[in-house]
Design a protein around this ligand. Structure first.
Ligand code: NAP
Length: 464
């Protein structure tokens, strides 16, 4: 079966690639295993030199890489260029910090000397999504390679050119052949790769069903996994917040990446005292967003990545309306070629309606009115997901309660949820487990080895 790049702005098939044959796949797995044997012994300084070169490649060619992302999955070009820059940032972050993160940790015990050593695990399979086609891969690859692991990328089938471009970035940075390889395979081949004894561990960023499948196969094989799955992040606004700022950030948080971000704010939970003003401002700003060709500088909302995503989104909106929601703006496809959907605001949806708890992956916002902080927290937590959460308030007690009680991998007060190489990133509940980024991320795919050295007389002292 082939893997095809389709431009979501036009629907045009741009390029077709052949999937790897079983023999080609075998060659790549063998190369990964062989490369690991030597690569694991390279010094941090050597790895850092190569990782810094990868950062330079990204910075020098950010416009070309940005264009590639936009053409394959439709994000506005400006955002795609920023994504390439952010990838450079994560490469530099781990180039500068990995040695410190993974330095031996001495622990005082009854031993003469005891300490913790962090060692790489081997080839790690990364199953990745299309929505941040560079960033998702680099935030896995930079720490994995700096730790001495080697990477095998199974990228989403709609972004094969991004997958090859990333492989090429690492190759040109001087990493040995086999340190980072793209496997052009469909999702149906993931099981056999996961079961291969040369593959040590896996990470998946994607949907809940894909996460369940990979985790259960890896579970049977007793292989470590990290899962970064979906989210239905709450964005809570309380009366003490600066409303104008909250509204503008809310619109950005919902529509970033054309609404296709795991940490996009998806449910807006607003205190009744300010609800009407929030709703009015929010609808106005959603209506004003400029929809268009994502290659144009002025475009704020481009197409969704695939035709299937538009169908799924439209289906969810119809389901919401059938369960009592009112559409304040949008609610339909844009009448032009490509996968465009109007920025949409839904209100009056019962919190118990199934769609209220689902992840909506597109520029569609659901607004909910609550009477107090207890209701806000209750509603925010009433979802199977637990990725990020944002809460807007200047009241210290309220801030403390949101930090303590929101069930999420991150809580942002008076800001929108975003990833940063210096801070850990990940979820709880059905949003997954494990962490990426920061010191926590690089420690996921290492053997945390305990070393204990006792007192012992030298053999020569024992002999008479
Ligand atoms: P997806 O359909 O799950 O695909 C993600 C990756 O998994 C792709 O490479 C896909 O390959 C593969 N895949 C799909 N089904 C699989 C299976 N049964 N076994 C093994 N691999 C499988 O997700 P998506 O639609 O691309 O991405 C959107 C989802 O990702 C959303 O739920 C979003 O919230 C989540 N996401 C989470 C994070 C996070 O950090 N938590 C970040 C970004 C996105 P094919 O393309 O070949 O099908």
């Amino acid at each position: 079966m082939g893997i095809t790049t389709i431009n979501p702005t036009t629907g045009e098939a741009l390029k077709k690639f052949d999937e790897l044959s079983p023999d080609q796949l075998e060659t790549k797995l063998e190369l990964a295993a062989n490369t690991f044997r030597t690569y694991r012994h390279t010094s941090f300084a050597d790895r850092a030199r190569m990782m810094t070169r990868a950062a330079e490649n990204l910075e020098n060619e950010k416009h070309e890489f940005g264009r590639l992302m936009t053409i394959e999955m439709g994000k506005p070009l400006k955002a795609a260029i920023s994504e390439a820059e952010k990838c450079a940032l994560v490469c530099r972050y781990y180039a500068e910090n990995a040695e410190r993160h993974l330095a031996d940790q001495v622990v005082e015990t009854n031993a003469k000397r005891s300490y913790v050593r962090f060692q790489p695990l081997g080839p790690v399979l990364a199953v990745m999504p299309w929505n941040f086609p560079f960033w998702q891969v680099f935030r896995f690859a930079a720490p994995a390679l700096m730790a001495g692991n080697v990477g095998l990328l199974k990228h989403a089938s709609n972004v094969p050119q991004c997958a090859f471009a990333i492989e090429e970035i690492f190759r040109r940075a001087g990493f040995p052949e086999g340190a980072f390889q793209t496997l052009l395979i469909g999702a149906d081949k993931v099981e056999s790769v996961l079961k291969d004894s040369r593959v040590a561990a896996a990470t998946l960023t994607g949907s809940e069903p894909a996460g369940r499948s990979v985790a259960s196969i890896a579970g049977k094989e007793i292989k470590k996994t990290v899962l970064e799955l979906g989210g239905s992040d709450p964005f809570i606004v309380m009366p003490s917040a600066n409303l104008a700022e909250a509204v503008t950030t809310a619109v950005k948080a919902r529509t970033i990446n054309n609404g296709q971000s795991c940490i996009a704010a998806k449910r807006f939970i607003v205190d009744a005292k300010i609800y009407s003003s929030f709703e009015e401002g929010f609808v106005e700003e959603m209506k004003a967003l400029r929809i268009g060709d994502p290659l144009e500088e002025s475009t704020e909302i481009g197409p969704l990545a695939t035709a299937q995503i538009v169908n799924d989104l439209d289906e969810q909106v119809k389901k919401a309306v059938a369960s009592g929601a009112r559409v304040l703006t949008g609610g339909r496809r844009v009448n032009r070629p490509g996968n465009f959907y109007e920025p949409t605001v839904l209100v009056d949806l019962a919190p118990s309606a199934p769609v209220s708890c689902e992840e909506i992956f597109g520029p569609v916002a659901m607004l909910f009115r609550v009477n107090n902080i207890d209701e806000a927290i209750g509603l925010a937590n009433a979802t199977p997901f637990g990725l990020g959460a944002a809460a807007w308030t200047n009241n210290a007690d309220e801030q403390r309660r949101f930090i303590e009680e929101l069930e999420a991998g991150s809580v942002f007060i008076n800001g929108m949820v975003a990833s940063d190489p210096r801070l850990p990133f990940g979820g709880v509940k059905h949003s997954g487990y494990g962490r990426e980024l920061a010191e926590f991320g690089i420690r996921e795919f290492v053997n945390i080895k305990t070393v204990w050295i006792g007192e012992n007389k030298a053999a020569t002292e024992n002999t008479e």
